[in-house]
Design a protein. Structure first.
Length: 202
């Protein structure tokens, strides 16, 4: 096992053995960045955020597509995907237990491989999340158009999405606490129909 330099092993932001040799982020810069963060998200809001990310908006559209494509084998596909995602979650949990920095995957990669690789991983993650939001927005626009035929045209859908994005941007500009409260409420609104669907199926 390759160990990182002694200066890195002594960093308070690392725990346990590290498997790679990498440039280390200066502890003074890390401490300064961490101290400037506003810690306004409580336990409930954090849990709601995790649930909201894990159970994406596509859950309301994907099952129908899976059933149409795979038929009776659709539940098996979900189980296989759950197993693969479980391995990814375990890796993230292991990294999170060793790096006590804010930033998620970006912070883990930066500590292990240096600022450049950390920046690249953060940029790729940002791109993936942007594409995912665009996909969910497309499904949302299609759903709104189905409920309100007057909003089914391309231009009307574009206006609706612009208004929705402007609303969420405004909430985030007002502060972290308001954003976290809205996220908690939306998570509850997302989970409730799923629970009702499960209860109805039982």
């Amino acid at each position: 096992m390759i160990q990182i330099p002694q200066s890195a092993r002594d960093s308070p932001h690392l725990a346990g053995p590290v498997l790679v040799s990498a440039p280390v982020v200066p502890p003074a810069r890390i401490a300064s960045a961490e101290a400037s963060l506003v810690r306004s998200i409580g336990t409930l809001a954090l849990a709601a955020s995790i649930v909201n990310i894990t159970i994406g908006g596509g859950i309301f559209r994907l099952p129908a597509d899976m059933a149409a494509t795979l038929g009776a084998m659709a539940p098996v596909a979900y189980l296989l995907c759950a197993g693969a995602m479980g391995l990814t979650v375990l890796c993230m949990a292991e990294a999170g237990s060793r790096v006590s920095l804010t930033g998620g995957p970006y912070a883990y990669v930066e500590v292990a491989f240096g600022p450049l690789v950390g920046f690249l991983s953060g940029f790729v993650l940002w791109m993936l999340l942007t594409f995912a939001m665009a996909a969910v927005a497309t499904v949302l626009a299609a759903g709104i158009g189905a409920l309100v035929p007057a909003l089914a045209s391309r231009w009307a859908s574009a206006v609706v999405l612009a208004v929705i994005y402007a609303f969420f941007a405004g909430v985030n500009i007002l502060g972290v606490e308001r954003g976290s409260r809205l996220n908690t409420a939306l998570t509850a609104a997302k989970i409730l129909p799923l629970l009702l669907l499960v209860a109805g199926g039982l």
